[in-house]
Design a binder for this molecule. Structure first.
Ligand SMILES: [Zn+2]
Length: 410
């Protein structure tokens, strides 16, 4: 190497002087030279960086010239590109962890109040998505049926009860480092929670008085029930609109949403879905026959609204439909209708009577034709049995199956 770089001999001269390199190509001879040790350390491990030398044939190159793109760490063996990438990633992670490593505000479980929607939503989050002894919530990933669910989550965040957490390597992708700070995506990040003396809630009791079934529930639980049923129906309406290639935004949509509350006190979600379905069929017929303004989502929404108002005013008898669309309940609803409102999936077939003195009368379930659903009392009992024995629950829309399940395991 000295002969080449310092004394200035050519590669051709080197080949005649040194027998072992006689048959090597020029570039292979250069590769034999020891790497150039750089006056720089690897930002990852602190090892020395070095790089291959450059042939004198390249214009302007000296004994100290090297291939910048081929710099490698002599300690960890990583290339310059790898080092740069990992270094940037470690800076990114440090920024994320600095921004999201704090603890959540303590939630003293003894103060849990079923009358507060915040508390009920929080409890639902913890029970459905809690991990590591409920010190964290895993990423929410799914969209719950409940309308305004994320507004509720944002309230819990403002109150400090849930806090995005960057402690898990698996879920760092949910955070985004920007010029002016770090942001996160609601659905993709875990949250830390800080529960004091947490005890999982037991299911609310169903009781019977004068042949009528009741449950004791709080205002927050009642609100979550209503909002969930509304969410289910808005999803259903959106799905129907989407199928008709319509959009339903603005005032008509708000009017629809407002109507859902009185509707739900008279009809089950399944009956309302059935009414929406037939209204959409009417709207489609009118759209095919009528002028172009009838071919809009607003027109279709108007048809639904008119039917809903008439149904309420005239007390229509509506048959329930199986809600057949891309609306799937999530673990949040499973939990809500197992613990807070223990009705299982039959909730979709029951209207929502008023909350009076902390109790709700359970309306009979009107299941689609050919199905006789279990009573609330049977459902509650079957849920307890299934939990005690770690069994799959029976289909509560089948009275017989639920009855047999209870008698077998009792
Ligand atoms: Zn290194």
């Amino acid at each position: 190497m000295d002969a080449y770089y310092t004394s200035g001999l050519s590669l051709k001269e080197l080949k005649t002087l040194y027998e072992p390199i006689k048959r090597l190509s020029d570039s292979d001879i250069i590769k034999l030279f020891p790497m150039l040790e750089l006056d720089d350390a690897c930002p990852l491990c602190g090892g020395a960086l070095s790089a291959p030398r450059i042939s004198r044939g390249v214009k302007g190159s000296t004994a100290n010239s090297y291939y910048d793109q081929q710099v490698i760490c002599t300690n960890c063996g990583k290339t310059k590109t790898e080092i740069e990438k990992e270094y940037q990633e470690s800076i990114r992670i440090t920024k994320i962890r600095a921004a999201y490593s704090g603890d959540a505000v303590e939630f003293v479980w003894g103060h849990y109040d079923a009358n507060r929607l915040d508390d009920v939503v929080f409890e639902t989050l913890v029970s459905s998505y809690g991990i590591l002894n409920n010190t964290y919530l895993k990423p929410l990933l799914v969209k719950p049926l409940m309308i305004d669910f994320f507004d509720e989550c944002k309230r819990l965040l403002r109150l400090g009860y849930i806090r995005p957490s960057a402690v898990f390597n698996n879920w760092l992708n949910g955070f985004e480092v920007e010029d002016d700070g770090v942001s996160f995506y609601w659905l993709d990040v875990p949250f830390s929670v800080n529960l004091v003396d947490y005890v999982p809630l037991k299911a609310n009791k169903v009781f019977v008085r004068d042949n009528t079934e009741f449950i004791n529930i709080g205002e927050g639980e009642y609100e979550l029930w209503q909002q969930t049923a509304k969410g289910l129906l808005m999803d259903y309406i959106d799905d129907q609109m989407w199928e008709g290639d319509y959009e339903c935004e603005g005032l008509k949509r708000e009017e629809l949403q407002t109507l859902l509350r009185p509707l739900l006190s008279k009809y089950s979600p399944a009956q309302i879905a059935s009414m929406v379905w037939s209204a959409m069929a009417v709207a489609e017929k009118q759209a095919n026959e009528g002028p172009s303004y009838k071919k809009t989502g607003n027109w279709a929404a108007g048809v639904i609204i008119n039917r809903a108002k008439r149904a309420l005013a005239e007390g229509w008898d509506i048959r329930p439909n199986l809600i057949s669309c891309n609306v799937e309940p999530t673990p949040f609803e499973d939990h809500l209708f197992r613990v807070h409102i223990p009705l299982g999936e039959t909730w979709m077939y029951r209207r929502i009577p008023p909350l009076v003195n902390g109790r709700v009368e359970i309306a009979p379930a009107l299941a689609p034709q050919g199905k006789v659903p279990a009573t609330a009392e049977m459902i509650e009992l079957a849920m307890t049995i299934a939990e005690e024995h770690d069994l799959d629950e029976p289909n509560y829309l089948s009275f017989d199956e639920t009855r047999d399940f209870i008698s077998v395991y009792r």
